[in-house]
Design a protein around this ligand. Structure first.
Ligand code: HEM
Length: 443
């Protein structure tokens, strides 16, 4: 039986949007508009609590959020052929990344994914491992200096962003981005911030109109472009000799059977910088926050590699960096007894799916041992699912746990203030005001 609206609902939203799932009424949504923009996670939770697993928003075009583990699987896996990526989220992101692997729609995406997949297999993961070790050694030396006279307070969020960026740069492009790290981080953040601000603004000016926000964003994109160009220039002087084993992702991009155009190359490089560092950094930051509250678990994370991996997995459950995944329905589909019409925008929020009682007991508790039996098939989608599953998943699941293990074994990383940390839910989930932590050497 397909769900039908009760008499509490209008006949349709706007002129022609049929109502096929319960949801908040228009007044309620307008009342919460500020909260939706400033602090969207509690609003998503409220909508799920009040209206259930498939919710339609009261606006004159069809927008749904699907939150049950099985519904999320329908959207991302079972109906993947009926779902495209031409959504506001990805179109806006493409202002920074262009149409690289993350934002490309199915037709352009398929051959590119096939061509790049091998690069993310074993060799590159092994290559990344040595880069992680090198960058950790650098961080270790920095912290030794910083703590020469006793414990130091650092913003662990900033430290993890810089560490993850250096590793991404080294693993994907074989170069040491250290000198440019701050420059690229800042340019990426400003550009992505601009993207989010645009997505939240119902009437953004075209980018060519020099509003202060547009000027800032255009400048940031230019800075990113310059950084990418300098990577390419360096590589031109240092091409891979015939028959030599690949050194990094850039070797692969430059050696595809069907060569990429300059624009495509730029788009993939920016995509990897954007997709590969803030996600990992965000997960690491929240790992320190969660471990900070539990000294015994912190101890274990520094002595047991498997457990460090479980800490990472469990952090990705509670604080999924990619907290919304969006799709555009290309055909009518039925999900959990609700018709989702062609053209609808469908949102899946890992934040909600990872807290769903169908898949998780005491979902709000931080319990790395949940993953003793491995990663569950249903209800756990920090890297998405189906054909568009994150291509960097294995790399991230090697990188994150190594960093947690190595840093926990050498350092005490303790909270400075206790209690909840306000979340900035933007491109990823980050602490709103940074995350100061006390770092001291372990005996
Ligand atoms: C903890 C770290 C990470 C998280 C949580 C994460 C999350 C995700 C998610 C949820 C998707 C799917 C989006 C969708 O279905 O619309 C995705 C796709 C993608 N990720 Fe990641 N990611 C992480 C690390 C990385 C790394 C390290 C890289 C690259 C070095 C990367 C590159 C990509 C790319 C290129 C895609 C698009 C794949 C495709 O559509 O073929 N990610 N990621």
């Amino acid at each position: 039986m397909v769900w039908q609206p009760t008499s509490d609902y209008p006949k349709r939203y706007g002129w022609k949007t049929p109502i096929t799932a319960p949801g908040p009424n228009g007044g309620d949504m307008i009342r919460h508009m500020r909260a939706i923009q400033n602090d969207p996670l509690p609003y998503l939770e409220k909508v799920w609590r009040e209206h259930g697993d498939v919710v339609q928003f009261p606006i004159p075009w069809p927008v749904y959020i699907v939150s049950s583990p099985s519904g999320a699987r329908d959207v991302l896996v079972n109906f993947n052929r009926d779902m495209g990526k031409r959504t506001l989220q990805y179109t806006t992101l493409s202002l920074v990344t262009g149409f690289g692997l993350l934002t490309a729609d199915t037709a352009e995406w398929k051959p590119r994914r096939r061509a790049m997949q091998p690069a993310f297999h074993k060799e590159l993961i092994a290559l990344t491992q040595s880069r992680v070790d090198e960058e950790l050694a650098t961080l270790h030396a920095q912290w030794m200096e910083l703590t020469s006279e006793g414990p130091a307070i650092i913003d662990i969020d900033q430290a993890m962003m810089e560490l993850a960026l250096r590793i991404t740069g080294a693993a994907l492009f074989g170069i040491n981005l250290e000198d440019d790290a701050r420059e690229i981080t800042e340019a990426t953040l400003v550009a992505l911030h601009g993207v989010i601000a645009r997505a939240q603004n119902p009437l953004p000016f075209p980018l060519a109109v020099p509003t202060p926000a547009n000027v800032r964003m255009n400048k940031a994109v230019k800075r990113l472009d310059r950084a990418v160009q300098s990577i390419l220039d360096m590589r031109e002087k240092n091409m891979l000799p015939e028959g030599a084993p690949i050194r990094d992702m850039l070797d692969v991009l430059l050696d595809l059977d069907e060569p990429l155009t300059a624009q495509q190359l730029r788009d993939e490089i920016v995509t990897f910088i954007v997709a590969g560092h803030e996600t990992v950094a965000s997960a690491l930051t929240w790992s320190w926050q969660l471990l900070g509250e539990q000294p015994l678990l912190r101890e274990q994370a520094g002595s047991d590699r498997t457990f460090a991996g479980q800490v990472f997995d469990e952090t990705l459950r509670l604080y999924p960096p990619a907290w919304v995944i969006t799709r555009r329905a290309l055909n009518d589909v039925e999900i959990e007894g609700h018709l989702i019409p062609a053209g609808a925008m469908v949102i899946v929020s890992p934040w909600l799916v990872h807290r769903h009682p169908d898949a998780w007991q005491t979902p709000l508790d931080f319990m790395p041992s949940r993953f003793d039996a491995g990663v569950p098939q249903l209800g756990y989608i920090p890297f998405g699912a189906g054909p568009r599953l994150c291509i960097g998943r294995e790399m991230a699941r090697m990188e994150g746990p190594s960093i947690i293990y190595e840093l926990s074994s050498k350092w005490n990383i303790e909270p400075v203030v206790s209690g909840d940390v306000a979340i900035d839910a933007s491109v990823t989930l980050r602490p709103k005001h940074g995350l100061p932590m006390r770092v001291s050497r372990r005996a």
